[in-house]
Design a protein around this ligand. Structure first.
Ligand SMILES: O=P(O)(O)OC[C@H]1O[C@H](O)[C@H](O)[C@@H](O)[C@@H]1O
Length: 551
């Protein structure tokens, strides 16, 4: 096993520490003294224009960060990931989400297996299935075509599909609706199925392991609802499951145990992490919704960014620079969180998706060799679409005491070019996107506030310090390819940070304890006195209170 490099012991870290001692960001001065700043710190990657000039980047800082990338062997670790080395050390696995979007003409043999051929074999199955459902050739038990597809999954088997479905709503086949059930709260399943027609509904059970309590429970509840609804209509249930339930999993044996025809199961591999799996068969619901061509475009978007990350010089490499900047924010500027603010309503689930991607990947206190981390890791990612966030939490970003770096994402061409009294509403929307990063960067001084005739006693309350770092991402339109590019961008930002911190960004041991305890506590909740007595005092008290509330 290659040992992680301790970033804090590198020469670059020393340089960064020295830079931070004198670091007084002054965006007004930076822009005034350097007319080339906007252009110099802006980058093109695929369709994305990424302006980092309102971030904390300076030439010195960029050079030190690039040196840090070299000293922690980031380029070599990236190459090792792309080549299928077992960089997921704690699970002894390759990490090959980049193989999911390789061209079928590429070759990549890992652990004796031609993974690109495997990927394209499954893609062909997924596409054939998607075409059948879309064309109406796939028929339900009473011979009707499918009108609603319900994806049942959680975590990586839900967040990616639902986010992309929402992002690409304008590309969804008219007349087809997709729904997503994830939470084990029975309200989720009940609400999502209550108005469905069982004869025209298809369920996709998506679970990498096919052991996840939430997903299997929801799948059984959906199956019960489905069979019950057919019986209510006097329709025979013979052979009905095979026509209305398909599965996506790495555990095809378990799929068969559940009663789903293995011919209707789409596989993937343990070298795809759950949170990196939306572009595997986990995206089957998307291939149905936007069609194989749309899905191919999505994959092409991922691939464009993979190629950029693999080949661009570190100083021009957008995911690297953004990941390295995040290290600067977290480790030197003490930022604890990072906002992602899409100015695109269709991206409203993007922050939630990124929470799993970034926080499950980099929320670690030990490095991949089991030794403690040597610095802060894993900032909190959060956000809401603009302009909703502006009227809610932006106050804290503008005037609070915490530093919150923020990524602003917008598209040039809207899906709905609408006018309001002659004004292009999308342009009004974009003006907000532009105004916020300008306000965060340049603020408003006391003198400016006073010059507006503000009463002296409220002058300080109205001052904006500015110098809040942002990144502005601008894409031509929210196409499948652009969505793929955005996802891959954040995958590689996450990777970059993980390598600097020396952590395994591909395991998630931190979710295990709670899962085990839930199974152990369940009998106590259900009335087993011995199990109740085995719980801690607080848990016992809560269970007793619960029981008395339920009566
Ligand atoms: O796809 P599944 O095996 O059902 O897993 C679903 C999710 O559950 C786990 O608890 C992990 O923390 C996630 O990384 C994973 O995406």
């Amino acid at each position: 096993m290659i040992k992680p490099v301790d970033a804090t012991k590198t020469a670059a870290w020393k340089t960064l520490t020295a830079l931070h001692q004198d670091f007084k960001p002054d965006m007004r001065a930076w822009f005034a003294q350097d007319p080339g700043r906007a252009e110099r710190f802006s980058y093109e990657m695929g369709d994305l224009f990424v302006d980092l000039s309102k971030s904390f980047l300076t030439d010195d800082l960029r050079d030190a960060l690039v040196q840090l990338a070299q000293e922690v062997d980031l380029p070599a670790r990236r190459d090792a990931m792309y080549a299928g080395e077992h960089i997921n050390v704690t699970e002894d696995r390759a990490v090959l989400h980049t193989a999911l979007r390789r061209k079928d003409t590429d070759k990549l043999t890992v652990d004796g297996q031609d993974v690109v051929a495997d990927v394209h074999e499954v893609l062909a199955q997924v596409y054939a299935f998607a075409e059948k459902v879309r064309s109406g050739e796939w028929k339900g038990v009473t011979g009707k075509p499918i009108a609603t597809v319900v994806n049942i999954g959680i975590g990586g088997s839900d967040l990616g599909p639902v986010m992309v479905y929402e992002a690409l709503k304008p590309y969804v086949k008219p007349g087809l609706e997709c729904r997503f059930i994830s939470n084990i709260d029975p309200a989720d399943c009940a609400e999502k199925v209550k108005d469905l027609d069982p004869e025209t509904t298809l369920f996709i059970i998506a679970s990498k392991t096919f052991t996840t309590l939430e997903t299997l429970t929801n799948a059984r509840m959906a199956r019960d609802w489905f069979l019950g609804a057919l019986q209510e209509r006097g329709i025979s249930t013979d052979g009905a499951i095979a026509k209305h339930f398909v599965a996506v999993s790495t555990a095809l044996d378990k799929v068969a145990e559940f009663g789903i025809d293995p011919a209707n199961a789409f596989g993937f591999w343990n070298w795809v992490g759950g949170r990196y799996s939306v572009d595997s068969a986990v995206g089957t619901v998307l291939a149905v919704a936007i069609g194989p061509d749309g899905f191919r475009d999505l994959l092409a978007g991922f691939r464009a960014v993979d190629e950029h990350f693999a080949t661009a010089e570190p100083a021009q490499n957008v995911p690297m620079l953004m990941g390295l900047l995040n290290v600067w924010y977290v480790n030197f500027c003490k930022a604890a969180s990072h906002a992602v603010l899409p100015y695109a309503q269709y991206l409203h689930r993007f922050p939630a998706y990124l929470q799993q991607l970034t926080m499950e990947s980099n929320g670690k206190t030990v490095r991949w060799d089991g030794t403690p981390v040597t610095t802060q890791t894993g900032e909190i990612f959060w956000g809401e679409p603009g302009t909703n966030g502006q009227h809610a939490f932006y106050q804290l970003i503008h005037q609070g005491t915490q530093l919150i770096p923020a990524d602003f994402i917008a598209v040039a061409t809207p899906a709905h070019p609408t006018k309001d009294g002659g004004v292009d509403v999308h342009e009004l929307f974009l003006s907000n996107y532009l105004a916020q990063t300008a306000a965060l960067a340049f603020g408003k001084t006391e003198a400016e506030v006073r010059a507006e005739g503000t009463p002296e006693e409220v002058v300080t309350a109205r001052v904006f310090t500015g110098n809040k770092p942002t990144a502005s991402i601008l894409a031509p339109a929210l196409t499948p390819s652009v969505v793929g590019q955005l996802i891959a961008l954040y995958e590689h930002i996450t990777f970059t940070q993980g390598i600097v911190w020396g952590i395994d960004s591909f395991d998630q041991w931190g979710v295990e304890l709670g899962k085990k305890l839930a199974l152990q506590i369940a009998p106590a909740v259900q009335g087993d006195e011995a199990a109740l007595a085995a719980q801690d005092a607080s848990t016992q008290q809560l269970i007793r209170r619960y029981r008395s509330l339920r009566g």
